[in-house]
Design a protein around this ligand. Structure first.
Ligand code: PLP
Length: 446
């Protein structure tokens, strides 16, 4: 009964507040199935349509200003329409957006990345994170002559066939040929023994282990002490390559998580922030491995091409974004993340709630689970209904957020805005409390 009341009020408020989105959605579904060209953008009763964005805010067609804590799922780190990035894009476009030849922008961004990321001796550009992990796997297979790949359950590496199967609880694997995944092995993140056992048993055929240093899309689950070092040692012992997918995690440190944890993989993928909010992907690693693409090293280099690879305007935007994402900015945004975490934990306590918030730097995931989260299985226990209602309720309160409780900050956000964010989440939790007490009482602290 309480559930129905709360749900009804939240949905009704959303529909009253965002009527133009409904109209636009109705028009769009005539051309795009579901009215969203990205599965994650869809939610019920209908997705929010944004008119424009600037700095820390997005603005809806109804004229509402919402604090953006989605930041394009992590692709934007300096807020929207950052002056330096806009200038770089404008300057780049005027000079011709793409030449299909090596360019100054490629040199500048490649040099910066290789100087910063310990695992990068050589890199190659492509257009998305999905492409980056696809090529990292192909590189590992080509270099080692082995076929199998081991990934972590709960890990996310994009949408290409090899990695798309069985990464999430709701994943639909129809359309992925069985043969695609027969060479994929999976162990739970943070499970020391299973990793060691599986690598040992498959070493002859295992080309690589691919993993995020912490589960990003999978709930911001951090590695247990010594886990990354363990994976590094086991892969080295059994002559298996280690790939860090840092597409999400890169932003936590100047050289990504590998620098933060001082564990250096053989191959690395990055994307998102390094394109300054424009589409990009990068894979790279040790010189001797990446040389399989080098025309000056072999008569038959591995083929890697793409119409938009190294797109000059993206390179200039990425260089502008990354140049100013320096130690000071990273310290600032990570401090914001810590303040956010502190505020949330206080709110949980004052509301007598035993729920979780996993945070590293500017990334935070709230979980409706009553024990600290260290495994991907625990993430799946979080209550979908509460996430759905919290998401809509926060939109109603002026916070543009990701439905599953993931919050991503930008350097355009101030401490005052973190206070606002914490207050709005606190208000939402208070709104949901009667429902939690009625249906999910195990989430209340005793
Ligand atoms: C760790 C990780 N790898 C790969 C991807 C896929 O990147 P893209 O969406 O650019 O294809 C993502 C996207 O969220 C990601 O977080």
């Amino acid at each position: 009964m309480i559930k129905e009341q709360i749900e009804k009020t939240i949905i009704q408020t959303y529909m009253e507040k965002f009527p133009v989105s409904k109209e636009l959605h109705k028009k769009l579904i005539n051309y795009i199935p579901g009215g969203a060209t990205r599965s994650l953008s869809y939610f019920k009763p209908y997705p929010l349509h944004i008119d424009y964005a600037k700095g820390a805010y997005v603005y809806t067609h109804e004229g509402h200003k919402l604090l953006d804590v989605t930041n394009a799922y992590g692709a934007i780190v300096h807020g929207h329409g950052d002056d330096d990035i806009v200038k770089a894009v404008q300057k780049g476009i005027v000079k011709g957006s793409q030449y299909s030849s090596p360019s100054d922008g490629q040199y500048k961004l490649a040099k910066l990345l290789c100087e910063r990321v310990p695992g990068f001796d050589r890199i190659r550009f492509l257009n998305s994170g999905t492409e980056a992990t696809m090529f990292a796997l192909r590189t590992a297979r080509a270099y080692t002559g082995k076929n199998k790949i081991l990934k972590m359950s709960g890990g996310f590496h994009g949408t290409h066939d090899c990695v798309a199967a069985s990464t999430k609880k709701n994943i639909i694997t129809a359309g992925i040929p069985q043969g695609m995944t027969q060479d994929m092995l999976e162990v739970p993140f943070n499970d020391f023994n299973q990793l060691e056992k599986t690598v040992k048993e498959n070493a002859d055929q295992l080309a690589a282990v691919i993993m995020e240093p912490f589960l990003g899309a999978g709930g911001v689950v951090l590695p247990e002490s010594g886990y990354l070092e363990h994976v590094r040692k086991i892969t080295q012992d059994y002559n298996v390559l280690l790939i860090f997918d840092e597409i999400f995690s890169f932003r936590v440190d100047l050289g990504g998580c590998q620098k933060l944890f001082n564990v250096i993989p053989d191959l690395t993928t990055v994307g998102k922030v390094i394109g300054g909010g424009l589409p990009i992907g990068v894979f790279g690693g040790k010189k001797e491995i990446m040389n399989i693409y080098c025309h000056e090293n072999t008569d038959k280099p591995l083929y890697h091409s793409g119409t938009f690879n190294g797109y000059e305007t993206v390179m200039q935007a990425g260089f502008a974004a990354l140049s100013k994402y320096d130690e000071n900015k990273i310290a600032y945004i990570n401090k914001l993340g810590n303040k956010f975490q502190k505020g949330l934990l206080k709110s949980f306590k004052t509301n007598n709630l035993n729920i979780q918030s996993n945070q590293i730097g500017s990334l935070l995931n709230l979980h409706f689970v009553n024990k600290p989260i260290t495994t991907p299985e625990q993430v799946l226990e979080s209550v979908d209904k509460l996430h759905t209602l919290m998401h809509l309720s926060l939109l109603n309160k002026g916070v543009f957020n990701i439905p599953r409780g993931l919050f991503i900050l930008s350097t355009a956000i101030t401490e005052q805005e973190i206070n606002f964010l914490v207050n709005k989440i606190d208000e939402t939790l208070k709104e949901l409390l009667p429902l939690i007490k009625e249906k999910y009482n195990y989430l209340m602290a005793s």
